[in-house]
Design a binder for this molecule. Structure first.
Ligand SMILES: C[S@@+](CC[C@H](N)C(=O)[O-])C[C@H]1O[C@@H](n2cnc3c(N)ncnc32)[C@H](O)[C@@H]1O
Length: 234
């Protein structure tokens, strides 16, 4: 199968600073949860974990001094202005590539804000989500943990997006110069996890009032999304 081409953030001018300025509360919450997991890992195993941040974009929403090694996996080249810490590398790789394999295995894999960007030209969001989860399995170490942070839409909104995808994806790509996006409902995510017999738990995530949407700040009053954090273990 040809590797699905999802949307890159390459052409976005300083995505990292923009997104952190618009939704600082989101990153505060993500950082709190990841740091807790990193510290728990050190306490339990007596060593520093290796961490992979898929679709990481150079945001680093965690304490970079806790992991042993950090691997940012993204589909675009590291922007020049992002300086990597000594324990980090940036790998250009598509998580939907079935041939994805790395010698290194990761104790903690993060995917923050990635899943809704796994749509491609023809949408295929559910198929690509399953492919992504399968590939992550190959990256996780024994007793590894995957933390998914995702903005989810109300149940009716998934079908509506599928109907409108041919139109709005052209606007997103052509006019707004933004990557493909197709928000997932909670059921779509849990269905995909269940279909692979992953044992997952939902973690508390404090909701925020302002969202980042296609480069703009949008109030939750008009953009009906909610954030979830799912953790699953190998
Ligand atoms: C919304 S950004 C999230 C960035 C960061 N994780 C955060 O929390 O702000 C989505 C990122 O996923 C990357 N991405 C999209 N499709 C991907 C794929 N198939 N494989 C790896 N990364 C991908 C994009 O290039 C982008 O950097």
């Amino acid at each position: 199968m040809k590797v699905p081409a999802t949307g890159s953030f390459e052409s976005m001018d300083d995505f990292v600073n923009k997104v952190k300025t618009i939704t600082p509360d989101y990153y505060q919450e993500v950082t709190r949860i990841i740091n807790r997991h990193l510290k728990e890992f050190v306490d339990e195993f007596g060593r520093k974990p290796n961490l992979a941040d898929i679709g990481g974009a150079g945001v680093f929403p965690f304490d970079i001094t806790i992991p042993n090694k950090i691997c940012i996996i993204d589909i675009f080249q590291k922007p020049h202005h992002i300086i990597l810490p000594d324990n980090a590398e940036w790998v250009i790789q598509n998580i939907l590539d079935e041939k994805i394999s790395r010698n290194e295995k990761y104790d903690i894999v993060i995917m923050s804000g990635l899943l809704h960007h796994l749509a491609d030209k023809r949408n295929n969001i559910r198929r690509n989500l399953t492919l992504c989860l399968k590939n992550v399995k190959n990256l996780l170490a024994l007793r590894g943990c995957c933390l998914i942070f995702e903005s989810i839409c109300p149940p009716y909104f998934d079908t509506l997006q599928d109907l409108l995808f041919p139109i709005y994806s052209r606007i997103l790509k052509g006019v707004l110069k933004f990557p493909y996006a197709r928000l997932l409902s909670l059921k779509e995510i849990t269905d995909a996890l269940n279909s692979m017999n992953y044992h997952y738990s939902m973690l508390d995530f404090k909701q925020i009032k302002q969202h980042y949407c296609a480069g703009y700040k949008v109030s939750s009053k008009i953009y009906p999304i909610r954030y979830i954090c799912v953790a699953y273990y190998t």
